[in-house]
Design a protein around this ligand. Structure first.
Ligand SMILES: [Mn+2]
Length: 429
């Protein structure tokens, strides 16, 4: 296997941190023991947690105003996979990459799969793109794709999704994520019901082509690029579509794809109840679909989402097997640093949610002790599990402090020497 970051450097980094981490871990273990939690059991559980990295996330993102490229950006999917391998090497909780087509198209998928294996990562859900036009594409998606008024455009969009499934089979994927930008920018532009019916009809053709052990993740998004009405704008439309299509279709929750102040954790609970939760695209936002780093604005919300997930797992909720992925746009940070930090943040919220005293919480809920119910969640959220996460990473060969080890490695500088600068550009991820 190709280790992009020198393993000796990581070992030295960890050796310097070991005494401090071990002491902090012991102290945390004593604190948790007083609350009836065995830190060894918690550690074994958290060590199994994994979140996928999006292939498009390792490139510098942009807004519709501008994109300011970083140094040593990946030139193609092979570079992207290599960067994802660096992330996994240091954080040890991002074992898979989610590719996006046609951006990540290659002529030899066997070679791509081998390249991923050599970099210590596998493939997660494949993503289709019918929200932008590609060079030499016969028909335009300007006025929609799977829901376009013209049957020819719909057929082209369906064919692209079928191709994504075929590529995914070669890469070892087990899911197709479908997000479309279809909608309307003006009242009157589209017939709401006919457009939704066309969505279902097109997706039926894709659904029918899914292998038996695959899933179809339907991703909703409130707005943009359609600013007046989006076909799959909310979890209600998504659930309706998933229920119409059948058991392989499920609803994907991207944290940024809701109106501000939406109670996302409650949506999660509803989707668990409906046995339709596909999984997540983690990110954070302040105003809209900002695609900021996970937990950077509202870590408590992320914790509350995991509180629902841990509750669902511990109560044996049916058809509960959510897929976790980061989906962020890194405009002003090094994407590798942001993705490492975000993966650890998501893992942290999972660990904190495992610390909720559920027996006590249930008792407070049933006796209407509102204040203590809220305090029970806060007690878990306020627990600093940093030493636990450090210990898990170090035991797995990752770094005590992934960003510090990454910076010390000089990886970005090395890549800047190999990969030519892409130059400033407008445009979006
Ligand atoms: Mn997303």
């Amino acid at each position: 296997m190709t280790q992009q970051i020198n393993t000796g450097l990581i070992a030295d980094h960890n050796a310097q941190a070991a005494a401090r981490v071990n002491l902090d871990y012991e102290t945390l273990g004593e604190q948790l023991a007083r609350r009836g939690v065995d830190i060894a059991v918690l550690k074994a559980d958290v060590a199994k947690f994994a979140v996928a990295v999006p292939s498009w996330g390792v490139g510098t993102g942009g807004t519709r105003f501008a994109r300011f490229p970083g140094l040593g950006e990946p030139r193609h999917v092979f570079d992207k996979i290599q960067d994802c391998g660096v992330i996994q090497q240091l954080v040890r909780c991002t074992p898979t990459v989610s590719p996006h087509f046609p951006w990540d198209k290659v002529s030899d998928y066997k070679e791509l799969r081998q390249h991923a294996e050599a970099n210590g990562v596998g493939f997660d859900a494949v993503n289709s793109n019918t929200f932008s036009d590609q060079k030499d594409q016969p028909l335009s998606y300007k006025f929609g794709s799977l829901t376009h008024a013209d049957a020819g455009v719909r057929a082209q969009a369906v064919a692209h999704n079928l191709e994504c499934i075929e590529i995914g089979k070669q890469l070892g994927s087990k899911a197709l994520t479908v997000w479309i930008g279809d909608g309307a920018n003006f009242p009157g532009q589209s017939h709401f019901r006919r457009q939704f019916e066309r969505y279902l009809d097109s997706n039926r053709q894709i659904y029918d082509a899914l292998p038996a052990d695959w899933r179809m993740f339907l991703e909703h998004k409130m707005f943009e690029p359609a600013f007046y009405a989006t076909v799959i704008q909310d979890w209600g439309s998504s659930l309706l579509a998933a229920q119409t299509l059948g058991p392989k279709a499920r609803c994907l929750v991207d944290l940024g794809h809701h109106a501000p102040n939406t109670n996302i954790e409650m949506i999660v609970a509803r989707l668990v109840h409906a046995q339709k939760l596909a999984g997540f695209h983690f990110n954070d936002s302040k105003y809209g679909d900002d695609d900021l780093d996970s937990g950077s604005i509202n870590p408590f919300q992320l914790f509350l989402v995991f509180n629902e997930l841990v509750d669902a797992a511990q109560t044996g909720a049916a058809e509960f097997d959510p897929a976790y992925m980061l989906d962020q746009s890194h405009n002003v940070t090094d994407p590798i640093e942001s993705l490492m930090t975000s993966a650890v943040t998501v893992q942290r919220c999972y660990a904190q949610a495992l610390l909720v005293d559920r027996k006590a919480l249930t008792a407070y809920q049933d006796s209407n002790d509102v204040l203590m119910a809220a305090q029970t969640l806060k007690q878990a959220f306020h627990t600093d599990v940093t030493p636990l996460l450090q210990k898990i990473r170090m035991d797995a060969g990752g770094a005590a402090d992934p960003v510090a080890a990454y910076r010390a490695s000089g990886y970005r500088k090395q890549m800047a020497a190999i990969r030519p600068a892409s130059g400033p550009s407008s445009g979006i991820v």
